[in-house]
Design a protein around this ligand. Structure first.
Ligand code: 5RP
Length: 218
């Protein structure tokens, strides 16, 4: 199985978590795109969806799947999304696609968060993938200096603007020993909108694509 086949397999496995009448949160990225394509096959059973990015909303709509503004729903039953890194505690690093803020909001509103990823995303220590941090544009240099103080090497994601009109700093060189603590530390820096650690609210289920099939980690 190649990487895309593993992504497709976990996307198909995630459909098991979708029950008739549910409101489904939909993530962003190549793995989430496979999930959207699977969801299209059962779209008649879904009450509605909430998308974590404009790109995913467009893909959902192109399949004829309803997409609702988050403000129109009280709770999301299940949220399915990919990750850039995951550990065995279901802490995630996300934001490679730049949708981290809306993803974290959708995760917060969801009863169950099902993360789908191929096995290359499972790590012991997070930080090899540069940590995405969404920043208010005027705070970019200040936030970058603060990130250097924390041991990181921030790189400005050139030419990229988030769906919220902000910029991204990708922080290289981190070894994140305590993701919950580090997420909270970053939350305390003025000018950071969201950091890509999903540890305070981790996933509830990790479906991991391997050459031997899909492994479920809870
Ligand atoms: C987007 C994300 C994605 O979930 C993450 O980047 C993984 O993407 P892919 O499924 O393409 O590997 O957080 O902001």
């Amino acid at each position: 199985m190649n990487q895309d086949e593993m992504k497709r397999a976990v996307a198909a496995a995630a459909i098991e978590y979708i029950k008739p009448g549910m409101i489904v949160g939909v993530g962003t990225g190549s793995t989430a795109n496979f999930f959207i394509d699977e969801l299209a096959k059962i779209k008649g059973q879904v009450e509605t969806t909430v998308a974590s990015s404009e790109a995913s909303a467009e893909r959902l709509k192109s399949h004829g799947i309803l997409v609702e503004d988050l403000n129109m729903v009280d709770v999301i039953d299940v949220y399915v999304d990919g990750a850039d890194e995951a550990n065995k505690y279901l802490h995630l690093m996300k934001g490679g696609g730049g949708a981290l803020t809306r993803e974290k909001i959708v995760a917060a509103v969801s009863r169950q968060f099902v993360c789908i990823a191929d096995e290359s995303k499972l790590v012991d220590i997070m930080g090899k993938f540069p940590l995405p941090v969404e920043v208010i544009p005027m705070a970019r240099s200040y936030v970058a200096r603060e990130l250097v103080k924390l041991g990181g090497q921030p790189a400005y994601r050139e030419g990229f603007v988030t769906d919220n009109g902000n910029v991204i700093l990708d922080v290289h060189g981190l070894e994140i020993m305590n993701p919950v603590e580090f997420e909270n530390t970053l939350n305390g820096i003025v000018g950071i909108v969201t950091n890509g650690l999903f540890a305070v609210r981790p996933a509830d289920v990790l479906l991991l694509g391997t050459p031997d099939g899909v492994k479920t980690i809870t």
